[in-house]
Design a binder for this molecule. Structure first.
Ligand code: ATP
Length: 228
């Protein structure tokens, strides 16, 4: 199976008002798929349906070859996500936040914590509390938490929001490591073209709840190099 996620005529209405209309999208295994669209376009709503936070009004979502229902526990176990800003204990360190998270999950494992923090490059901030972290560091800690169960599909809503170019570059490197070395497939959203085009292999353009176009960045980069 080449596709990790596929939606079929996915739609959502609130009080009779359609906010997502007949979205058909496909995420290939191991790719970074970027959702691009202005605020209010519907990116978060689609991600919420994919992560079972809201129910589609019509249409379906297939993940790992299974049509999703609220009882698709085995599928949800294989997914990780950050849909809202991740919340931390601000007065604690990254390590302590990870320890609490693992303890809460009933899966305390110091080796897994160290590995996750190393992967997101937060091992050299031992004594710093999260209150003193930059936005990028907080995002990376959130990602460390989301990947602690080694999901095959990772869904991140606006992970680069408010970040400077260096922070975006660090996230891009991390995303590529997650795809290339850990075989994850990523769905990430942004409302800024320059950010998403640096990160994604495929861009799905969303406007007014519709998927307007899917663009392969490989083909765009190929065309650009012809003119250099
Ligand atoms: P943003 O970046 O601002 O979150 P977005 O592209 O993620 O934008 P959504 O948050 O998915 O957009 O919102 C899509 C549309 O659905 C908007 O018009 C929003 O007002 C509407 N909407 C989202 N959630 C609800 C809700 N619970 N009740 C009513 N309307 C909603």
């Amino acid at each position: 199976m080449n596709y990790v996620l596929k939606t079929n005529q996915l739609s959502k209405s609130y009080k009779g008002q359609e906010v997502i209309s007949n979205v058909n999208m496909e995420l290939k295994k191991g790719e970074i798929y970027g959702f691009l669209g202005p605020n209010g376009a519907g990116k978060t709503t689609i991600m919420r349906m994919i992560t079972n936070l809201v129910k589609p009004t019509s249409g379906s979502i297939e993940i790992f070859g299974e049509v999703l229902t609220p009882a698709s526990y085995e599928v949800f176990k294989r997914m990780g996500s950050i849909i809202e800003y991740p919340i931390f204990y601000e007065h604690l360190t990254a390590q302590a936040n990870m320890e609490l998270h693992f303890a809460y999950m009933g899966a305390y494992n110091i080796k897994a914590i160290d590995e996750a923090l190393e992967l997101v490059q937060l091992t050299n901030v031992d004594k710093k509390t999260v209150a003193n972290f930059s936005l990028g560091m907080k995002q990376r800690l959130g990602i460390a938490r989301a990947i602690s169960t080694r999901p095959e599909l990772l869904i991140l809503d606006e992970p680069t929001n408010g970040m400077d170019p260096l922070g975006i570059q660090q996230l891009r490197d991390l995303f590529q490591t997650l795809c290339k070395e850990y075989g994850m497939t990523l769905l990430i959203s942004s409302h800024i073209l320059q950010e998403i085009e640096q990160l994604a292999d495929t861009i799905g353009i969303i406007n007014h709840g519709k998927l307007i176009e899917e663009v392969s960045m490989e083909s765009v980069r190929g065309q650009q190099s012809e003119y250099i």
